[in-house]
Design a protein around this ligand. Structure first.
Ligand SMILES: [Zn+2]
Length: 160
């Protein structure tokens, strides 16, 4: 198998893994163009990520899935939420590669960093998400999780 074939094979497995997790947990994925705009709407059981075409887009999708599936992925404090989503991604990827580690470092800063929280981008993103959330909540296809229902129960019910 050539290097190109091996790479294509790996990317295929990454994409299939994300699809499997989405189906398994009843998470909906919408597509965005760039990892910069990737986000998770935990209360809607939804991630918005670019298509999985390489290691970085794979780890982006896994990180956003972590926001939905990690027990602490929806923590009130941004930094705890980000760390939990990364920890989930790192524990659940098919393999953890240097490119993935570099991607984490880029968005989180040095070990235990606080970059996402001190960043004004967080607030901009949150405002944008609130708009998306409102839009989605009004469409019949996406009903927000009722208050009091656990995220696991909500996703399970919706996944069936
Ligand atoms: Zn995140």
């Amino acid at each position: 198998m050539s290097v190109n074939e091996q790479t294509a094979d790996m990317v295929g497995r990454f994409a299939a893994h994300v699809d499997y997790l989405l189906a398994e947990h009843g998470v909906i994925r919408l597509e965005c163009a760039s990892s910069e705009n990737a986000c998770a709407l935990r209360d809607l059981g939804m991630i918005i990520t670019p298509a999985v075409v390489d290691e970085c887009t794979y780890v982006t999708a896994m990180h956003e899935l972590g926001h939905c599936l990690a027990s602490d992925g929806g923590h009130e404090e941004t930094i705890k939420r980000e760390r939990a989503a990364w920890a989930w991604a790192e524990a659940n990827v098919l393999c953890w590669t240097p490119a993935m580690a570099a991607d984490k470092l880029r968005v989180m800063g040095a070990h235990g960093g606080t970059r996402p929280d001190t960043d004004i981008r967080t607030y901009e993103r949150q405002a944008r998400l609130d708009g998306v959330r409102q839009q989605l909540a009004t469409t019949a296809a996406v009903r927000p999780r009722p208050r009091g229902e656990s995220i696991a129960a909500f996703m399970k019910r919706r996944g069936k």
